[in-house]
Design a protein. Structure first.
Lengths: 112, 888
């Protein structure tokens, strides 16, 4: 079976890159993940994940315009690649396929 | 800074840390993100916490992905570019291989120079390290007398016996004072085992002053007892073998007057670089006539060393010694005043002064070492030779650089940086240097025994492995690579690629530097050659100058201290009286020349004759002295056993002594050496003869006969037959007349030769150095000529086509080089004349420096240069011009 090399955290970062379409860079992604998932995420983790994603060819990056609030330093803006999108879809497909095959539906945890 | 102080800032050091570890291509975005996050957090949780968080975040980035430098499309130069270096080495080996001749000349020249240099520097290092093993060296001094005599200033290292005890008693600053009296070889005996060794007399303070390490015994007490003896390890092994020598009794002295000493300590062997040399030490009180002489201030017999308290200034202490000298040495001062001596600028006529231990070895007046100038000369020669080899290197590299200019051009066009080219070319030279260095060291190792034999040195491999020596050699290597390799590399790396590739460069350089280096080389070689020729002539002159006696066919036998010289002489006379092969036999107190025992002594008397101060050598002789040495009599007669009083108060004097006392007819005249003494009658006059080497001026000699003073040397004149047979015969006779002692006789002419061994060594060093220098210079010239003529091939072709004759072409090609050699000679000859005149001035009997020496050296240098260049020129001139012109 085909394997996609994508960790769980990488998947979330990749999804956030899509979410922030056009304005996905380190700080924005970190804040977005914190906001959306409530996890405590640190900048270095996000950067490491982005680095790996880029190496795997899931995202592309380019340097953005200089901005004043960063002391004139440029941002690196990330966009998802077709391969990245396909991978996300693949993961999605496998999950839903597996969920379909389950003999009984999963029960959510309702009480302590 | 344009940042407002009130605007919060992330911690500076964290930022710097980030800038340091973070990969450059990531820095901008990471720092930007971090700063943005920081300002966001300032708004959210306040500046203080934001700063803490910032630090935490920065530390979080110390992870491989952030640190790792980019390595994708354009690799940055690694710290150790292995592949590049490998390529450099390959290229270097290929070029060297292609230019085998050049490489060989360079590395052979360098290795010979390294080898010679190592030897010379070892010699110099050894000399300079003299006495350096003593602790507190700066506080140890040898005393000497300064004597401002009317004729000239004299300095004497010999002291009277009461001096050091008085010094110690009167000056608190004198921490220790020791007399050091070196005796002739003494016979030591232990249980029937005899050795002849140097026993030195000294004081207990010896061990407080010097740092000769004791293996056994306590340095504070070893010499406390009058009967104590301290011996060296080697001597302990010879005499006692495996026995423990401590507390054993040794006998010192000849037949009949042996004295026992108790071994109280064993010393490590005296280092080679010590001025004070001995095999055993005993107390000075054991001197045979110590009781009689211990208070005599006018008998100078030994060296004295003092150790001053810390921080005592030498000059101040010397001035404090003035009253001391005036108190005890009045007689000396008065007699000098009578002779018209004036005080020098310090107000001294006769003073006690101090020489620091570190300088004692080079102070020729008070010690037997070489003058310091000689050591500097050796270092200078070493540097000369190294410099000449370096010049070869530089010249060849520069000359060759034209042929490699294209390579440099191409490399530069392809993007090589100047630094990279420098490293490459310099690395090649270093490779060559290293080759030369290694071969040079191997050569040194192989030639070490030869060198030791030729120059009487005792260097071992161990000596070369000392850290200082290794550092010195390594330093030399680095220096040579920097000078010889660095300059040409710098030159080549600076080539302009466009010009080089157009082929312009070879036309542009007149080679001023190359020419001046060739001039320097030849000047040095010529200088050394002139010096060695002059030194050789001086040695030869001293060897051949008549000495006033016949040195041929005389055997001189040192008696040694075990046997009684007078008895041996008598037995010998009895035995050989009727032998036709023996012409005559005599005895004396002073050897002529330097015999195998190596010792020499001198005794001088001074007295007043009719108001005139007279000083003369006081020479003990025996009957037939004048006959044996075949000195003609000018008047009077020789000592004769028929006159009994000849052995009491009769003397034979030399002509200069007669002149000194001012008597035209000295025979029959009387004189007194001191007012209370006996009247001494002059019975004969002989011409002056040289009792000491020609490095000393001829001095008046008074010969006397005495039955009480010991005879140290026996001279035997043999009939002019086979010399080795005579020597063998004497050996046989010696066994009978002096049983149990070693026969160390030698021919007088050999002894005389030995006088000049030191000067001879100097001229040998000069000779060897100049030979090597000339060889190196010529090999350099040869290679340069080769390259220059190669470059001018086309020119020669055109000249030939236009009708130049072969001699004309040879002349054109050689002219430039000969000009250089002539300039070099012009520089070298005046320098050589000046230096050698200085050197010769030290000798009372010197040669005139002849102009022919310089002419000869000049012609020889020019001829050698011509031959070197000529071979190449002729080859070029004979070549077919078609070949030269066709090729492009």
């Amino acid at each position: 079976m085909k394997r996609t090399y994508l960790g769980e955290f990488e998947e979330i970062v990749l999804l956030t890159v899509v979410l922030l379409e056009g304005n996905a860079y380190g700080v924005a992604i970190t804040h977005e993940i914190i906001e959306q998932t409530g996890r405590s995420v640190r900048l270095n983790q996000v950067h490491a994940a982005l680095q790996r994603l880029e190496e795997k060819g899931m995202v592309n990056s380019r340097m953005g315009e200089a901005t004043a609030e960063r002391g004139g330093r440029r941002k690196r803006l990330f966009t998802i690649t077709a391969y990245g999108e396909q991978t996300l879809l693949d993961i999605q497909a496998i999950r839903s396929q597996l969920l379909h095959l389950l003999p009984r539906p999963l029960k959510p945890l309702t009480s302590i | 800074m344009n940042q407002h102080p009130n605007i919060p800032q992330p911690p500076r050091w964290a930022d710097q840390l980030l800038e340091w570890f973070c990969a450059p291509h990531l820095l901008e975005e990471l720092q930007g993100d971090l700063h943005e996050e920081f300002y966001y957090q300032v708004e959210r949780i306040g500046e203080r916490q934001a700063r803490q968080r910032y630090i935490w975040d920065v530390l979080g980035f110390i992870r491989p992905f952030a640190i790792k430098r980019k390595s994708s499309l354009y690799p940055s130069t690694p710290i150790f570019p292995f592949d590049m270096l490998k390529s450099y080495v390959t290229i270097a080996l290929r070029t060297l291989w292609r230019n085998k001749g050049y490489a060989a000349i360079n590395s052979i020249g360098l290795s010979v120079a390294f080898c010679i240099c190592t030897f010379l520097f070892l010699t110099a290092y050894f000399q300079l390290s003299f006495n350096s093993f003593h602790q507190n060296q700066e506080r140890i001094f040898q005393t000497y007398f300064f004597k401002n005599a009317p004729e000239k200033i004299e300095r004497m290292g010999n002291m009277p016996l009461p001096l050091t005890p008085a010094l110690k008693a009167e000056y608190e600053d004198v921490e220790g004072a020791a007399r050091v009296m070196e005796m002739r070889k003494s016979t030591l005996e232990y249980k029937g085992k005899f050795v002849e060794k140097d026993v030195t007399l000294t004081d207990p303070d010896f061990f407080q002053i010097f740092s000769f390490p004791l293996i056994k015994g306590n340095s504070k007490t070893v010499l406390m007892d009058l009967r104590s003896i301290v011996i060296t390890k080697t001597m302990a092994q010879i005499l006692f073998g495996k026995e423990d020598p401590m507390g054993k009794v040794l006998q010192i002295g000849g037949e009949g007057n042996q004295k026992g000493y108790i071994v109280s300590g064993v010393l490590a062997d005296v280092p080679e670089n010590s001025s004070i040399r001995f095999d055993a030490l005993i107390r000075v009180e054991n001197l045979p006539n110590y009781q009689a002489t211990q208070n005599q201030w006018d008998a100078f017999s030994h060296k004295a060393f003092v150790k001053l308290a810390p921080h005592v200034d030498q000059k101040t202490f010397e001035s404090r010694l003035k009253p001391f000298a005036q108190k005890y040495l009045t007689a000396e001062i008065e007699s000098l005043k009578n002779r018209g001596a004036k005080p020098d600028k310090n107000g001294d006529i006769f003073a006690i002064r101090l020489q620091n231990l570190s300088k004692v070895h080079f102070d020729t007046d008070i010690s037997s070492g070489p003058p310091i100038a000689m050591v500097y000369a050796i270092i200078g020669i070493g540097l000369f030779i190294l410099f000449i080899a370096c010049i070869n290197f530089v010249n060849l590299s520069i000359a060759r650089s034209f042929t490699r200019a294209r390579e440099v051009g191409v490399r530069k066009t392809l993007g090589a940086l100047k630094g990279q080219l420098f490293v490459q070319i310099w690395g090649e030279s270093t490779l060559l240097c290293f080759l030369g260095f290694v071969v040079g060291l191997l050569l040194t190792y192989v030639l070490l025994p030869e060198f030791n034999a030729a120059f009487g040195a005792k260097f071992t491999i161990k000596y070369m492995l000392q850290p200082q020596v290794i550092a010195l050699l390594f330093g030399l290597f680095v220096l040579v690579t920097l000078v010889a390799g660095g300059y040409p590399a710098l030159q080549m790396a600076a080539f302009h690629p466009v010009e080089v590739l157009k082929g312009k460069i070879s036309l542009k350089r007149p080679g001023v530097l190359r020419n001046s280096l060739i001039v320097a080389q030849f000047a040095m070689s010529a200088l050394l050659a002139c010096c060695s020729v002059i030194a050789f002539q001086q040695v030869n002159y001293m060897r051949q100058k008549p000495l006033g006696f016949e040195k041929e066919q005389v055997i001189s036998i040192p008696v040694g201290s075990k046997a009684n010289g007078r008895q041996v002489l008598q037995r010998m006379r009895n035995k050989l009286a009727s032998d036709p092969a023996i012409v005559s036999i005599t005895g004396t107190g002073v050897n002529l020349g330097r015999g195998k025992d190596g010792t020499n002594s001198r005794s001088v008397i001074g007295f007043n004759y009719k108001g005139k101060e007279v000083a003369s050598d006081w020479l003990l002789v025996d009957y037939d002295y004048i006959k044996t040495l075949q000195i003609p009599l000018l008047g009077g007669r020789e000592f004769d056993p028929a006159y009994p009083s000849d052995s009491l108060d009769r003397v034979v004097i030399t002509q200069s002594m007669a002149d000194m006392i001012g008597e035209k007819e000295p025979v029959g005249k009387f004189f007194q050496t001191d007012t209370a003494g006996a009247k001494i009658q002059i019975i004969g006059v002989v011409p002056d003869f040289h009792l000491y080497s020609l490095a000393n001026e001829i001095k008046p000699i008074t010969m006397h006969l005495s039955h009480s003073e010991p005879i140290h040397y026996i001279f035997v004149r043999v009939a002019p037959a086979s010399l080795s047979a005579s020597m063998d015969k004497m050996k046989e006779v010696w066994k009978e007349v002096a049983p149990g002692t070693e026969f160390i006789g030698s021919f007088l002419d050999e002894n005389i030769e030995a006088w000049y061994r030191d000067v001879e060594r100097l001229f040998q060093i000069f000779g060897l150095a100049s030979f090597v220098a000339i060889l190196l210079s010529c090999s350099g010239l040869f290679a340069v000529a080769l390259l220059v003529i190669e470059q001018r091939t086309k020119e020669i072709g055109i000249r030939k086509v236009l009708g130049a004759s072969i001699p004309a072409i040879i002349f054109v090609l050689s002219k430039d080089f000969i000009k250089l050699v002539l300039i070099a000679l012009g520089i070298a000859i005046p320098l050589a004349w000046f230096f050698m005149q200085q050197w010769l001035n030290e000798y009372p009997y010197q040669i005139e420096i002849s102009i022919w020496i310089f002419i000869g050296v000049g012609i020889a240098a020019t001829l050698i240069a011509l031959l070197t260049v000529g071979y190449q020129s002729i080859k070029a001139a004979l070549a077919n011009p078609v070949k030269a012109l066709r090729s492009e």
